[in-house]
Design a protein around this ligand. Structure first.
Ligand code: NCD
Length: 310
């Protein structure tokens, strides 16, 4: 694997290999006082974030550091991007400075693919850490890792993705990955928050959360992406949360074993009630924890695995 740009068309065997590596890394590091492996010593990883991030950026940085890579963070403010440098020139600069891998988050859909093209000659790997409304493959992988931990094999598991699917790269990456792993995915959203062409996706569509809950193995709430909305997509925050928020009443409709996920940042009281977010049914902090191991696994498969095979 040279790049990780999307989960669309991902080979289920490749995805499973990454998830298995993440699980072994987690096992190897758990309970250890010194969480440092020598695997990526001498390798340079640069994160390049043109959009806000807490979890993704921090966990990529920790992942690189726990594997002994040198990790450098570049953000749009404080770099030459603020002086008007193009994405291409910034990327070529980072490659020339010695990046073995560039991790990019950008508001434009397709930015990571373009970057991979520009960096081909330099041989630099690219990881998409979220491109506009398009994809966020490592989020889907960490969600799958968390679900596997709680549910085992995902084949034929019923998973609902709820809320602002239209603006969500998390939803797109999860639909591709979870269906590739054999899960049965239902999108639950108001018609205004579903993309055009969704009928051709390999999913079931529903507008009634209450009707879906009793038969689910997992429910994933999405943040309402106000920053990507121009116009009214629903009458009010209150009405949205009444129809699509996971309240304490709704939590009781889920089977005992069902898992509650949210990629964060959460809007408590909007898509998820505070008590639900803090309940033991919610795996939200597990998602963050697994995010580090999954990103370690991705860096390993990009930067170390091929070499070992050779
Ligand atoms: C998500 C993102 O940025 O796409 N956050 C994340 O990476 N955990 C989801 C969101 O912002 O709503």
């Amino acid at each position: 694997m040279k790049h990780l740009l999307s989960t669309e068309g991902i080979d289920p065997a490749q995805a499973t290999a990454i998830l298995d590596t993440a699980a072994s890394l987690k096992q190897a590091l758990e309970g250890r006082e010194v969480r440092k492996l020598p695997t990526l010593r001498g390798r340079t990883v640069i994160t390049m974030f043109y959009e806000a991030s807490t979890r993704t950026r921090v966990s990529f940085e920790i992942a690189g550091k726990w594997m002994s890579a040198d990790v450098v963070n570049v953000s749009s403010s404080g770099s030459s991007v603020g002086k008007g440098e193009s994405l291409r020139d910034t990327a070529l600069t980072l490659a020339a400075a010695g990046a073995d891998c560039v991790i990019v988050r950008h508001p434009a859909s397709g930015a990571a693919h373009r970057l991979a093209g520009w960096l081909r000659a330099a041989g630099t790997s690219v990881v998409n850490a979220g491109d506009g409304m398009h994809e966020h493959p490592t989020q889907a992988l960490l969600d799958a890792a968390t679900l596997r931990e709680r549910l085992g094999d995902l084949r034929d598991r019923r998973i609902a993705i709820v809320g602002d699917v239209l603006h969500s790269r998390v939803a797109r990456s999860n639909v591709h990955l979870l269906t590739a792993l054999g899960a049965d995915v239902t999108l639950v959203a108001p018609p205004t928050l579903l993309p055009t062409g969704v009928e051709s996706w390999p999913v079931t569509i529903s507008h009634e959360l209450d009707a879906e809950l009793p038969s689910l193995d997992a429910v994933m709430l999405l943040r309402v992406q106000a920053e990507r909305m121009h116009g009214g997509f629903f009458p009010s925050a209150r009405e949205y949360s009444i129809s699509y928020g996971l309240s304490e009443r709704r939590l009781k409709l889920l089977p005992e074993h069902a898992v509650v996920l949210h990629p964060g940042p959460m809007l408590r009281g909007m898509e998820i009630a505070s008590a639900v977010a803090d309940s033991p049914r919610a795996a939200i902090t597990d998602q963050v924890r697994n995010g580090v191991h999954v990103r370690m696994a991705v860096l390993y498969h990009l930067l170390a695995h091929e070499e070992e095979n050779a």
